[in-house]
Design a protein around this ligand. Structure first.
Ligand SMILES: [Zn+2]
Length: 271
């Protein structure tokens, strides 16, 4: 066999191996998705107040979406943290709430979830119109820069579980992910899909109302941090839509209706 023929043979052998490996992996994943959700995982979710309110049919769909996320995404502990099964289940299940009834494949683009024990520090580089660069440091509870990875503080996730209703860093960051997945179209008004105009008009009106309330120093159901910009507004509104659903429906009926349609569920109807 000539060196060229040998190289071609090796190439095809390698390609065949990769194809077979992918088929076997897809079969194994499909098989795992059909397995019942482990009872030990359900026991871990006893700590999640939102989970306790879910009707059984909603739980079943969320379990499948959560399992899919855990299969595909690497959970990486940072700053010495070891990510436990409980952490993975609690993060994945809450994240799955956002996609289980609209697109259970939505997290397929996500590569990793980085979990820090507490707040983590990031460097910000800001350049003004005159080219003056300012470098600052910020402590964050979560960060989602693109669709490849999400960074979370476990301490903040636990604060949300402890009953601080309306604060849920998992829902917040995964809502940002969905916006990134749509290339910002959920919050920058750049898409003209059916219903998009109404979506943007409703989101902007509620955002302006929050900005006005913050300017006047009034209390608001949606975290004042949502007045930062429309992307933060969408993420903070998502937290309250799920966590304080009935109050949210009463205070923001139009925004509630848009988010209900978007997420495919109505948390105000849950127990
Ligand atoms: Zn945010």
């Amino acid at each position: 066999m000539t060196p060229f023929a040998l190289a071609i043979a090796l190439f095809f052998a390698l390609a065949a191996t990769v194809i077979v490996w992918r088929i076997l992996r897809a079969r194994r994943r499909a098989h795992e998705l059909r397995e019942p959700f482990p009872p030990s995982w359900r026991r871990m979710l006893a700590r999640v107040p939102l989970w306790q309110r879910l009707p059984p049919p909603v739980r079943a769909q969320i379990e499948t979406a959560a399992r899919r996320l855990m299969q595909r995404v690497s959970f990486i502990g940072c700053n010495g943290l070891t990510v436990t099964d409980e952490m993975r289940v609690i993060i994945a299940t809450q994240a799955a709430l956002l996609v289980a009834h609209r697109d259970s494949h939505a997290y397929d683009a996500l590569y990793s979830v980085l979990v820090y024990p507490g707040e983590f520090v990031v460097e910000d580089r800001d350049e003004d119109e005159f080219g003056l660069v300012t470098v600052g440091r910020r402590a964050l509870s979560g960060q989602t820069i693109d669709v490849s990875r999400i960074v979370l503080s476990w301490e903040d996730i636990e604060d949300g579980l402890a009953g601080d209703e309306g604060y849920n860093v998992v829902l917040h960051e995964f809502a940002h992910y969905l916006d990134h997945l749509a290339e910002g179209a959920l919050t920058d008004g750049g898409v003209l899909a059916p219903g998009a105009q109404r979506w943007h008009a409703t989101l902007e009106a509620a955002y302006e109302a929050l900005c006005d309330a913050v300017d006047r120093g009034e209390d608001s159901l949606i975290d004042p941090y949502g007045a930062e910009d429309l992307a933060e507004f969408f993420a903070t509104a998502t937290e309250v839509f799920f966590e304080r659903a009935r109050e949210f429906r009463a205070a923001h009926p139009r925004l509630h209706a848009e988010l209900r349609e978007f997420y495919g569920v109505d948390p105000a109807e849950w127990g």
